[in-house]
Write a protein that binds this ligand. Structure first.
Ligand SMILES: [Zn+2]
Length: 150
């Protein structure tokens, strides 16, 4: 199982320009952020995960992205104050759990994916083996069998 955030990239990368009557704020900063988001090509990464999980017999679960970076993976508290200054450190204001902010968010995303998909799916690689055909080529599961030449 692979859990990802169900991000709306189009909404995330909207321009902050505004209009002549109501000009936007922090337009340059937002443009830089948009560039950074799109440099990561989240749409392409998701597209690849979608077809590769099909090939490998895995499950891709897209979870709601709300507050994943502010949620404590240890106790579940949602608090923006746990991300002081938006640095790399996550420090829970309730239970004191500390972690790299990205790692903490990834644990939360995995937990949401498990809840979404049902807990019977095991995310460890050792439980699901990928069968590679003798010729070493992987095929999509739903691909029709090749016609027999006679
Ligand atoms: Zn906590």
């Amino acid at each position: 199982m692979i859990g990802i955030e169900d991000l709306r990239v189009k909404n995330m990368t909207k321009t902050a320009k505004g209009s002549v009557e109501t000009p936007g704020k922090k337009v340059r900063a937002k443009a830089c952020l948009n560039r950074a988001i799109l440099d990561g090509t989240p749409g392409e990464r998701r597209r690849q995960l979608e077809y590769k999980t099909r090939i490998y017999g895995s499950v891709l679960v897209a979870v709601p992205p709300f507050h994943t970076s502010q949620t404590c993976a240890a106790c579940g508290l949602v608090d923006p104050q746990s991300r002081q200054g938006c640095g790399r450190l996550f420090a829970c204001t309730r239970c004191g759990h500390e972690d790299d902010a990205d790692h903490n968010a990834s644990v939360e995303i995995e937990a949401r994916a498990r809840r979404t998909s049902g807990s019977d799916i095991n995310s460890t690689r050792s439980t699901r083996t990928v069968r590679v055909p003798a010729d070493g080529r992987r095929r999509l599961r739903e691909a029709p069998a090749p016609a027999q030449a006679s």
